[in-house]
Design a binder for this molecule. Structure first.
Ligand SMILES: C[S@@+](CC[C@H](N)C(=O)[O-])C[C@H]1O[C@@H](n2cnc3c(N)ncnc32)[C@H](O)[C@@H]1O
Length: 314
């Protein structure tokens, strides 16, 4: 069965990228193909869309959609977007793109697949890898990383104030038996977090722990940093980069990257003359991130935390 999925902020992404016939775009996060299909239609048979996903299922589904719709201007690459420049070079594709879009995190299809272990509301194995290219499985992290490494990722990637007690409880549990299922982790969270803290939160109590483990499993922040840096040499003048993020760590990373690359000098203000020689390569499109409309949020829960930032190459 084909999974039904509504791409977040699609109208806004297209309004920023302004795809025209014959142009070339990169969709670094294919997912269910919503952005890719819309871009492919807009650039027509003389244009090109290169779409990446780590998940082989996303690639297989997209192949199916493309052949059903007789679309021939999309190149699908089953790899980490951190390898983007290398993958393009190996295929002899030169680096002048009109835009690159990132829609980060996991797809609705991945969340719905209980065998992937992304969901804290359903039981499943502790996997959480976007694809076979991911460096770890979550089960390796929870069973083999030290208590202090666990505390660090839960605090830094989950922004969970109860990181210390949670890491301690995980370390204690696994001394008796390995942790293999999502619901074992949920039970640990429910034992550790005080009811008053849980009652004040708008989210499921395991949200922050699962976010932390997913980010660590897939090295999400390192990959994002890498693709942002690569984007600078892939875009043609006035080419645009659009990033849709779903938590504050990703949003902060994108915001700081855009700020840094839109400045001519990065020296401390007390330096009388510039010593760094840095030159601006980007112009920020919106000072504040765009958010989904109330109507989109009402129809698509994933849109509620989405933030879109965009910049254009000078
Ligand atoms: C939110 S979905 C994208 C949805 C898509 N915009 C659409 O219209 O259907 C994110 C996708 O990015 C993929 N992904 C996440 N990190 C990745 C990475 N580092 N390299 C390649 N794909 C990645 C995930 O596997 C997932 O399929």
């Amino acid at each position: 069965m084909e999974y039904q999925h509504t791409p977040v902020l699609l109208k806004e992404v297209l309004a920023i990228l302004q795809p025209h016939k014959g142009q070339r775009f990169i969709d670094a996060t294919l997912g269910s193909g919503g952005y890719t299909m819309a871009l492919a239609k807009a650039v027509g048979p003389t244009g090109l869309i290169v779409s990446f996903d780590l998940d082989p299922l996303a690639i297989t589904n997209a192949h199916h959609q493309l052949s059903q719709k007789n679309i021939n201007n999309v190149l699908l690459i089953n790899d980490n977007f951190a390898n983007l420049s290398q993958d393009l070079k190996e295929r002899g594709i030169d680096s002048q793109f009109n835009g690159l879009v990132l829609d980060l995190g996991l797809s609705s299809a991945q969340l719905a697949d209980t065998d992937r272990g992304f969901s804290f509301t359903q039981d499943g194995p502790l996997d959480m890898a976007f694809g076979p290219g991911s460096p770890y499985l979550t089960s390796e992290i929870v069973n083999h990383w030290t208590e202090s490494e666990l505390r660090r990722i839960i605090r830094d990637y989950g922004e969970e104030p109860w990181a210390g007690p949670l890491a301690k409880a995980i370390a204690k549990y696994r001394r008796r038996q390995p942790i293999t299922r999502t619901q074992e982790l949920v039970a640990i969270v429910e034992q550790v977090l005080p009811p008053s803290y849980v009652a004040r939160s708008r989210h499921h109590p395991a949200t922050k722990l699962f976010q932390a483990l997913r980010i660590a499993t897939n090295q999400e922040l390192e990959n994002l940093d890498s693709v942002l840096n690569q984007s600078l040499s892939l875009l043609c003048p006035h080419g645009r980069i659009v990033a849709v993020t779903f938590h504050s760590l990703e949003d902060r990373l994108v915001k700081h990257f855009f700020l840094r690359e839109s400045k001519d000098c990065l020296c401390p203000p007390e330096f009388p003359v510039c010593r760094c020689g840095h030159h601006a390569q980007l112009k920020i499109v919106y000072r504040h991130p765009l958010k989904a409309s109330e109507a989109e949020k009402a129809g698509n829960p994933r849109a509620r935390s989405a933030k879109l930032r965009a910049a254009s190459k000078l």
